[in-house]
Design a protein around this ligand. Structure first.
Ligand code: DX5
Ligand code: ZN
Length: 216
């Protein structure tokens, strides 16, 4: 299991140091939550901040766009150093066009679905996706409870990926902790985002090691 700490739960007054800290603690991927106060009822940071953080680590930047019009900003996030960009099928941008912009910028494309969205929505695009992000909480805030009833979506997508002979990864985001990660692993998840479970722990390395061990 790959662990992607969600920087949403870090101490923003020392953002770069927090990235360096979880990098050394064994984080596989850095998950960066971009919120516009419109698609979700919360605001975070944008491409200029991500650009400044890029030099803190060589680990991949997984940029999760919780914004209404992602197509307007793909170029900015690509230039800022995003490795993966995920945007929501529920957004106002044209999905096909937004995927094309991500593809053309050389970034790995991903589609995210909220808890109320059926996984079938991503099927027309599956062959083009590096990853599908299945939300296991309503997007907007860290520290919410994991929704185990999202696992059938993961299983459905894994079956479809296997059937088509693809290597698309499945990521889950929200409520991943010591008591929930085994459920995600069993469903076939490849990447777990973890905010509170990593940044709320006394020691990040112990937290990441424990989460990984629970998937074996
Ligand atoms: C929620 C964000 C998540 C969040 C996860 O909208 O997309 O990445 O930070 O936080 P935890 O792990 O605390 O649920
Ligand atoms: Zn996220």
């Amino acid at each position: 299991m790959l662990i992607a700490p969600s920087l949403l739960s870090c101490d923003f007054s020392k953002f770069a140091d927090e990235i360096i800290r979880v990098d050394r603690a064994g984080a596989d991927i850095m998950h960066l939550d971009v919120m516009d106060g419109h698609f979700v009822p919360n605001l975070t940071f944008g491409a200029p901040v991500i650009k400044k953080l890029r030099k803190a680590t060589d680990k991949p930047f997984d940029v999760h766009l919780m914004i209404s019009e992602p197509h307007r900003y793909i170029g900015d996030f690509a230039a800022a150093g995003a490795d993966i960009i995920s945007f929501h099928t529920e957004c106002d941008s044209d999905i096909d066009e937004t995927l094309r912009l991500i593809e053309e910028s050389g970034v790995k494309p991903a589609l995210a679905i909220k808890p109320g969205t059926a996984p079938e929505v991503v099927l027309p695009y599956l062959d083009r996706l590096y990853m599908v992000l299945v939300m296991t909480v309503e997007p907007g805030f860290g520290g919410q409870s994991f929704m185990p009833d999202m696992m059938p979506k993961v299983e459905f997508l894994k079956r479809e990926i296997a059937k088509r002979g693809l290597s698309t990864l499945i990521e889950v985001d929200g409520g991943i902790a010591k008591d929930t990660i085994a459920t995600a692993a069993k469903a076939g998840v490849d990447i777990c985002v973890a905010g509170t479970a990593v940044f709320g722990a006394p020691d990040a390395k112990t937290a990441i090691d424990e989460l990984k061990a629970l998937c074996e």
